[in-house]
Design a protein around this ligand. Structure first.
Ligand code: PNS
Length: 170
């Protein structure tokens, strides 16, 4: 572990999955402090509010002492400058993630040349997991217990209760 360096793990986390938490766990062993920075990607529509996503991440990471969960708005590069932390963590599940992540890393470096992005690969058992797929399973009444922490599972059930009831009744 590098005792002095903090890193930022940014994302939408809509909702946080066990794959995200695996990356948080791995990063927390590599850096002295991890800031999980939640934001709204302007190209996406969200199921859970920013406040709820922060809350779910705080609950799911409370056993880890060196994790802070925050929200930010605007450019990630500007946020990193504000907190004077220039290492970004991103998870890379498959080759299909690579093109977007490569663009994002280079754009962030162009916006601030001090920014370095480090890619971590989640455990193989999480390689297929995505927030959107988990939401689809939940929406159609499937069991998400293996995919998300229990607080997220509860929230998904609550959110999709009416919709799945409607689906079953049809
Ligand atoms: O979990 P996601 O949606 O893949 O995370 C993408 C995120 C939130 C990290 C990215 O969209 C982001 O950094 N948004 C903030 C605005 C920004 O700086 N965009 C990148 C330069 S165009």
């Amino acid at each position: 572990m590098n005792k002095k360096i903090s890193a930022v793990y940014p994302g939408s986390f809509d909702p946080p999955t066990n794959g995200h938490l695996d990356i948080v766990n791995k990063s927390s062993c590599l850096f002295s402090k991890i800031i999980v920075a939640v934001t709204d990607n302007i190209n996406k529509k969200y199921t859970f509010s920013l406040h709820k996503r922060v809350d779910l991440l705080q609950k799911s990471t409370k056993h880890l002492k060196n994790i802070r969960v925050v929200s930010f708005s605007g450019l990630l590069a500007d946020y990193l400058g504000k907190i004077n932390s220039f290492i970004l963590i991103r998870g890379l599940r498959a080759l299909s993630d690579f093109e977007y992540e490569f663009q994002l890393a280079l754009m962030n470096r162009k916006l601030n040349k001090r920014i370095e992005t480090i890619f971590l690969i989640p455990d193989q058992s999480y390689a297929f997991l995505s927030s959107s797929m988990v939401k689809e399973v939940a929406m159609l009444g499937g069991d998400t217990a293996d995919f998300v922490p229990s607080c997220v599972e509860e929230e998904l059930k609550k959110h999709f209760a009416n919709l799945s009831k409607f689906h079953c009744e049809k």
